[in-house]
Design a protein around this ligand. Structure first.
Ligand code: R5P
Length: 290
């Protein structure tokens, strides 16, 4: 097996290769003055099983385009099987037409990846499993919640309460609770589809004097998780932590979350960020070794 760490997932790709004891083929990126670039595999992939690791967080268009170029090139250069490992799949939140006339972006992304001839597709905590049903090739949706929960357990937070800030992420809190054992719950969130504004419904959580970890799949502007943390603090929670799989952390998200009362923000290396990081390498390597 050959691992190709894409430009957006250099560190994670290298760690995965190390865990698998697999050969790495680096990709050289040459930029042109007009903003275009060329990618070149610096090694032979003909006849090999190739794993391309490339996340598609911001800048999504560039990272997605690079992913497609690498997948297509690997196949064109004679790779036997090409697996796309895309820890964070861009556009996955637009998995249906919320408003009439909208592009269903997640489906377009799936079609593009599949058109590159991939043998299989691996991702982590995709926003909606429905997106994977659009693939015709085998897919795996890995979950990082256990890894995140084990990190907190290692920090002495066993028996912390696990909370998801909306119903969509309840699986993350339930999975974390199997490690932490302090119980779990979820909040109800509504997003205005025109303004993007969110409302988190007030809910009594019985968290007085307790440590709580709020688990979400994505932290983007930080609005969702900050609202949940403020609610927990107002109900007397002791220490509150923000945990997510994909720390996009746009603009002032980090400040917003810490100012809402969070002790710390913990994410994974699905996206490179400045928050405390738990690596996805063992999870992804184990899935690829199966
Ligand atoms: C959406 O439903 C996701 O699960 C996250 O809750 C959302 O993307 C977080 O966005 P933000 O950090 O901007 O509130």
């Amino acid at each position: 097996m050959i691992v190709v760490p894409g430009p957006a997932s250099q560190s994670l790709g290298n760690k995965i290769a190390e865990k698998l004891n697999a050969q790495i083929v680096p990709v050289n990126r040459k930029a042109f003055p007009d903003g275009e670039y060329s990618l070149r595999f610096e090694g032979d992939v003909a006849g090999e099983e190739v794993v391309v690791v490339q996340t598609t967080g911001p800048p999504q268009d560039t990272n997605l385009m690079q992913l497609l170029l690498m997948l297509d090139a690997a196949k064109d250069l004679g790779a036997k099987k090409v697996t796309a490992v895309v820890p964070y799949l861009a556009f996955a939140r637009q998995d249906k037409r919320f408003l009439g006339g909208e592009a269903v972006s997640a489906e377009t992304v799936v079609k593009l990846i599949e058109a590159c001839g991939v043998y299989s597709f691996v991702t982590v905590n995709i926003h909606s499993e429905n997106t994977l049903k659009k693939f015709n090739v085998p897919t795996a949706n890995l979950s990082a919640s256990t890894l995140l929960a084990k990190h907190f357990k290692g920090q002495g937070l066993n028996e912390a309460f696990s909370l998801s800030p909306d119903k969509g992420a309840v699986g993350l809190a339930e999975e974390a609770d199997r490690v932490l054992g302090g119980g779990c719950g979820w909040l109800r969130k509504e997003r205005d589809r025109y303004t993007g504004e969110i409302q988190v419904e007030e809910k009594s959580l019985n968290v007085k004097g307790r440590d709580v970890i709020v688990f979400d799949d994505i932290i983007s502007t930080g609005g969702t998780i900050a609202k949940a943390i403020k609610m927990l603090k107002s109900q007397g929670a002791r220490r509150v932590y923000a945990a997510c799989v994909h720390p996009l952390l746009i603009g002032e998200a980090k400040t917003k979350i810490l100012e809402s009362g969070a002790e710390e923000i913990v994410g994974t290396d699905s996206i490179s960020s400045t928050v405390r990081t738990v690596s996805l390498a063992p999870l992804i390597a184990a899935a690829l070794a199966r």
